[in-house]
Design a protein around this ligand. Structure first.
Ligand code: SAM
Ligand code: SF4
Length: 332
């Protein structure tokens, strides 16, 4: 399925909940979070109806996200349904890892293809400060559990650096020196609470890592669903990647849309452009109606983001209002 800019859209990020067991400072407020009512969250059956139609239109890859996806009951059931859906080639998960160890066996049996674990530091005190309530050891137990399935599961670590501390950045990248894991640095997006933090850019991080580990070689084979580009460091088991939406904008290659927990098909991170699919599927619409709505929304996907530029005159064609939701409500 192509949008009106000629981009092929084959990747759907599905948020299964807006609830989370952590409160990362750049993502979610510490207190006063008003969660969606259960009745407003798509059921697994409703998600599958949307995925079936999307698969018929060319979606091939699905990522489960949240909030924290593992706080939703029985996620393995959804994974196994998704894996059984014709046209869906890969089903992966992004998680903070806290509940991973206890659920991984079931998820792997259900056919999960990969897991991304969000981890911004290896310092237990800093981890507690960033997540406000997380325990680093528990998150690392999740990572180790995932690595024990490394033959059937792709394991990646996602790090959103808060600052440019060389020790922290080198320690994070160092995970992929000794372990079969790809570590990806994600630039902070100025959305919701993320607006309170500056991003640490790829070039600066790469410079720090080259000082610690030697010359990086660009690695040009794709290793996942999206816009991450990777480097090899001498002697490393895994690769080091960068998702640099701010410093190396990749909108022209964007292949994704997002389905929020309450059923909105969101076609760009920065704008509230898209379509309320929950309203449609809870009315009398049939699958061809649903397909038409999805095609129309994707066709109107905004051309690019204008984060970091002051003027709203920079808004591209098709962009609706700027998004006011935070990442935990969008799914990252
Ligand atoms: N709770 C799960 C997790 O942490 O992986 C899934 C949802 S979380 C919103 C998905 C990803 O978004 C995480 O890797 C998180 O670090 C990232 N994220 C949250 N706020 C962000 C921001 N302002 N800029 C960049 N990434 C952000
Ligand atoms: Fe929760 Fe993930 Fe947001 Fe952290 S980044 S608060 S773990 S949703």
């Amino acid at each position: 399925m192509n949008d009106c800019w000629g981009r092929t859209i084959d990747y759907l990020r599905i948020s299964v909940t807006d609830r989370c067991n952590l409160r990362c400072v750049y993502c979610m407020p510490e207190n006063g979070v008003v969660s969606l009512a259960h009745k407003d969250i798509l059921t697994y059956e409703e998600i599958m109806r949307i995925v079936k139609v999307c698969a018929g239109l060319g979606i091939k890859k699905v990522k489960l996200t949240g909030g924290e996806p593992l706080v939703r009951k029985d996620l393995a059931r959804l994974v196994s349904w998704l894996k059984a859906q014709e046209g869906i080639e890969s089903v992966t998960l992004t998680t903070n890892g806290i509940l991973l160890k206890s659920q991984l066996k079931e998820l792997v049996s259900a056919g999960l293809d990969g897991v991304n674990i969000s981890l911004d530091t290896l310092d237990p005190n800093a981890y507690k400060r960033i997540t406000r309530q997380g325990d680093l050891e528990t998150a690392l137990a999740g990572l180790n559990a995932a690595l024990s399935y490394a033959e059937s599961l792709t394991v990646k670590v996602n790090c959103v650096p808060l600052g440019n501390d060389p020790d922290n950045l080198s320690a994070m990248a160092g995970l992929s020196k000794s372990l079969p894991v790809h570590v990806r640095f994600i630039e902070m997006m100025p959305m919701g609470l993320g607006q309170n933090f500056a991003f640490t850019g790829e070039d600066e991080i790469l410079g720090i890592l080259e000082k610690a580990y030697g010359k990086a070689q660009a690695f040009n084979e794709p290793l996942g669903n999206g816009p991450c580009h990777y480097y090899s460091f001498p002697g490393f088991c895994g690769k080091v990647g960068f998702i640099s939406a701010m410093s190396h904008k990749f909108c022209s290659r964007c292949n994704r849309v997002r389905l929020s927990a309450d059923g909105f098909l969101k076609t760009c991170l920065q704008y509230d452009s898209g379509c309320d699919l929950k309203a449609l599927i809870r009315s009398d619409c049939d699958d061809p109606d649903l397909a038409r709505a999805i095609i129309r929304a994707i066709d109107h996907k905004p051309k690019d983001h204008h984060f970091g530029q002051d003027s709203s005159d920079m808004k591209p064609a098709n962009a609706d209002k700027d998004e006011t939701l935070s990442m935990f409500q969008i799914g990252g």
